[in-house]
Design a binder for this molecule. Structure first.
Ligand code: AOF
Ligand code: ZN
Length: 364
């Protein structure tokens, strides 16, 4: 027997496939059903373009009248870059709306549902609610806190190392894990690393998928502008590179980087980059999600500053040893285990021969 979950699952799939392409906007899917037939399907494809409901309504045309709309997020109720979806659903004479979850955007937050009900439309809320909410975890944080959602990704050996004592790190995790990392890059608006990672590994930091990928902006935290001018993140033009530094950085080096097309932003007086300020600057630039890819010290500093929202750790079944080999998180350290940074909502999944552990640091 078909039920609401059947169509909502389809709407969620339409939303999920667009993760990474809506910028600071949520991903949203909509399915319109009339007399047992699907008459319209839509996703929000890009910020500034039609919302999911409008795309689905355009496909349905006159068939929308009297139909049921399944939407993964509460229809919006205000004029943003596009007119309110709630008004449009009313105008097209939809008779019932099924919503997965409410929109945390303070400008919507229940108003969309209220508006629909005010026009006599039956609205049912909460079908596949948890899935829908998790799908937009980055948007949910950004729209309320006005700070980017930071996912810390790392790959370690069983003994917690991110490189051998020589510095060699290719490769720790297996092919399947590395493919997942490229999907993570595609789904975040920026990738952030410390300058030591650029010096040690000379990474390209682009998203490489079997299909075309969206390239996140590259962010390099570099308080003294030690970034080599011939590093790949400087030379490669596939995406923009921004270096976050301090007032202590040399003007000459800054100008050299600018001449090579790299933007340099000063975040604080030094000696270290003010990471909280860096996050606020990203917000101004409408970067709502960041994939933090190390190294140890930047990971530690971001964690200590309470700026990490999620951890994705690929644990590879190998042991490399070496007292000086770096670990994933360089922190000052706590005296008591009870003070350790604990993760909540932990999930464990096997990826090839690796184990992928995800969780959310409890932020006090
Ligand atoms: C919906 N359906 O498909 C989306 C919604 O100013 P805009 O047009 O970019 O709208 C942004 C806000 O609209 C966004 O913050 C969120 O609250 C809502 N997004 N709403 O009804 C959609 N993408
Ligand atoms: Zn809308």
């Amino acid at each position: 027997m078909l039920n609401d979950e059947y169509y909502m699952r389809l709407a969620l799939q339409l939303a999920e496939k667009t993760l990474g392409q809506t910028g600071i906007n949520p991903v949203v899917g909509c399915v319109i059903v009339k007399e047992g037939r699907i008459v319209g399907l839509g996703s929000h494809l890009q910020r500034g373009s039609h919302h999911a409901e409008v795309n689905a309504l355009l496909m349905a045309g006159k068939e929308a009248e009297g139909g049921t709309a399944y939407v993964t997020l509460e229809p919006c109720s205000y004029f943003g870059r596009t007119p309110p979806c709630a008004d449009r659903l009313v105008a097209e004479k939809i008779s019932r709306v099924v919503v997965a979850c409410t929109d945390p955007n303070p400008q919507v937050a229940g108003n969309g549902i209220e508006k629909l009900r005010g026009h006599g439309i039956r609205v049912d809320v909460g079908v596949l609610e948890q899935e829908a909410r998790e799908l937009n975890e980055m948007f949910n944080k950004f729209i309320v806190s006005r700070l980017p959602f930071v996912t810390l990704k790392s790959a370690t050996t069983l003994d917690g190392k991110i490189a051998a004592k020589s510095g060699d790190s290719k490769w720790i995790s297996g092919e399947a894990s590395r493919a997942q990392v490229h999907m993570l890059r595609h789904r975040h608006q920026a990738i952030m690393v410390g300058v030591d990672t650029v010096i040690a590994d000379d990474p390209l930091l682009t998203a490489r998928l079997e299909v075309a990928a969206i390239q996140p902006v590259r962010l390099v935290v570099d308080s003294k502008l030690r970034i080599p001018l011939d590093s790949r993140v400087v030379k490669d033009q596939e995406t923009k590179t921004i270096v976050l530094t301090t007032n202590q950085a040399s003007i000459e080096q800054m100008l050299r980087l600018n001449a090579l097309g790299v933007e340099v932003i000063k975040c604080g007086e030094g000696p270290r980059v003010d990471l909280r300020k860096a996050m606020a600057i990203m917000t101004e630039r409408e970067i709502g999600s960041i994939l933090l890819e190390g190294g140890s010290r930047l990971n530690g500093a971001m964690l200590e500053a309470g700026l990490v929202d999620k951890i994705v750790l690929f644990l590879a079944p190998k042991i490399v040893g070496g007292a000086d080999a770096p670990g994933a998180f360089a922190l000052q350290g706590f005296d008591l285990m009870s003070d350790a940074i604990a993760l909540e909502r932990v999930n464990v999944e096997r990826v090839g021969n690796d184990c992928c552990i995800t969780g959310y640091p409890r932020l006090e």
